[in-house]
Design a protein. Structure first.
Length: 411
């Protein structure tokens, strides 16, 4: 016969499939709560040949909830008719306790009335057996309910691990985004002004931008966008940006945009960079000639708004039709030149600035973005801040799917 409080049969769990080895292994653990020791012994004999099932017996209903909390069984077998504490009351207690709330509960009772069964189910029981059931049926129900509960525990564990992984990844991406931002240039003020807005996406894209004086008369302006997202894309964009701003491409005249793109294409072939490529717009402003020479490598055209004055200025798309950087060796790139009129304002951007899904699911168009660039900003707000606010409002959130990069140079 079993002792009146608690007896444990130590078993080795063999019930879990092999593909759960990365998750915590949970043995089938049964807690039987019944005031009759003879019932405990009968159930023990039913389960003794199933070596993967551990049985715990509790004959004192007053200790049942505390014991269930301590043991964390995979199923509870609960008698209904007991002295001092009614079995249905215990069902309510199990479901009110956060640590036992989800444990499958099988009611064992001599009562067969539909009303009693209905009440047990209404209070949270998962199953109802008239005792003592057949051995085969009891074991089948124990395995069924324990299997579902173990799957739930492992699902919750996997979900917590996923949340933790996402938290760590978000921290890494935020750190990478901060590093990218730290490499971007300070604003230029004076006769010529230049500044930018960079909003990294939730996954961090591969945008990088910059401008620097090659000499006293020539300002280099560039913006590149690496395919894909994540730290890898950001690292490639940083590498390309550092090569451009340090002018370390061999045998390259950085005053000639086509030469720069040809050299970048030769140095950043995608098979050597985890099959990643990038697009780029690169231009050189000639202060004395008051003109821009430029070249595109698969990048969206820059928009130059120029004219005799601000009121009559019109947008000009600066594009040359070159291919993406890194896809093919030996590609020829061509530069073009645009003369600047007295009023001239240049916008260079990535496709993340205008490929915006609006709340209704429709995609904003490039032409719509150009119209936004040419529309005057409200008084007291900079044009860049006005553009960012307008696009954020269109998107319905400030969490972008791709990096948002926008640079403006006023000549």
């Amino acid at each position: 016969m079993m002792p009146n409080d608690l007896t444990e049969q130590t078993r080795t769990d063999t019930s879990l499939p092999a593909d759960t080895t990365l998750l915590t292994s949970h043995a089938i653990k049964v807690l039987l709560v019944d005031d009759q020791a003879i019932i405990g012994e009968a159930v023990r004999r039913m389960l003794v040949s199933d070596t993967d099932i551990t049985l715990h017996f509790c004959s004192d209903p007053a200790k049942a909830v505390a014991l269930a909390t301590e043991l964390s069984p995979t199923v509870i077998l609960q008698d209904l008719v007991m002295p001092e504490v009614d079995g249905l009351t215990l069902v309510k207690f199990y479901r009110a306790n956060p640590k036992t709330r989800d444990i499958p509960l099988i009611v064992l009772s001599t009562k067969e009335e539909p009303e009693t069964k209905a009440e047990a189910f209404a209070l949270g029981a998962n199953d109802y057996l008239v005792k003592l059931p057949d051995k085969v049926e009891l074991i089948a129900r124990i395995r069924y309910h324990s299997g579902g509960y173990i799957a739930q525990l492992q699902r919750n564990e996997a979900y917590r691990a996923l949340l933790e992984s996402q938290k760590k990844l978000a921290a890494e991406l935020a750190e990478a985004a901060a590093y990218v931002r730290s490499l971007l240039p300070a604003a230029i003020t004076g006769e010529l002004t230049a500044e930018w807005r960079f909003l990294p996406s939730t996954q961090l894209g591969g945008d990088a931008l910059g401008y620097y004086w090659i000499d006293d008369d020539h300002l280099a302006i560039y913006l590149l966008d690496v395919c894909g997202h994540g730290v890898g894309a950001a690292l490639l964009s940083i590498s390309a940006m550092n090569v451009i701003r340090s002018r370390t491409l061999p045998n390259t005249n950085f005053l000639q945009p086509a030469e720069v793109l040809s050299a970048l294409n030769g140095s950043f072939q995608m098979e050597k960079h985890n099959n990643m490529y990038f697009t780029i717009w690169y231009g050189v402003y000639d202060k004395k000639q008051r003109r821009i020479s430029y070249c595109c490598g698969g990048h969206p055209p820059a928009v130059l708004i120029t004219g005799p004055d601000a009121a009559t200025a019109q947008p000009v798309l600066l594009q040359t039709g070159g291919t993406i950087i890194g896809a093919m060796k030996g590609v020829a790139f061509k530069s073009d030149v645009c003369e600047l009129q007295p009023y001239a304002r240049l916008y260079v951007f990535s496709d993340g600035a205008y490929e915006i899904f609006q709340p209704d699911g429709s995609l904003w168009e490039y032409d719509d973005f150009v119209r936004l660039l040419t529309s005057p900003a409200p008084q007291g707000i900079s044009d860049l801040d006005h553009i960012v606010a307008s696009i954020t409002a269109l998107h319905g959130t400030n969490n972008f799917d791709d990096d948002f990069s926008l640079m403006r140079v006023c000549f």
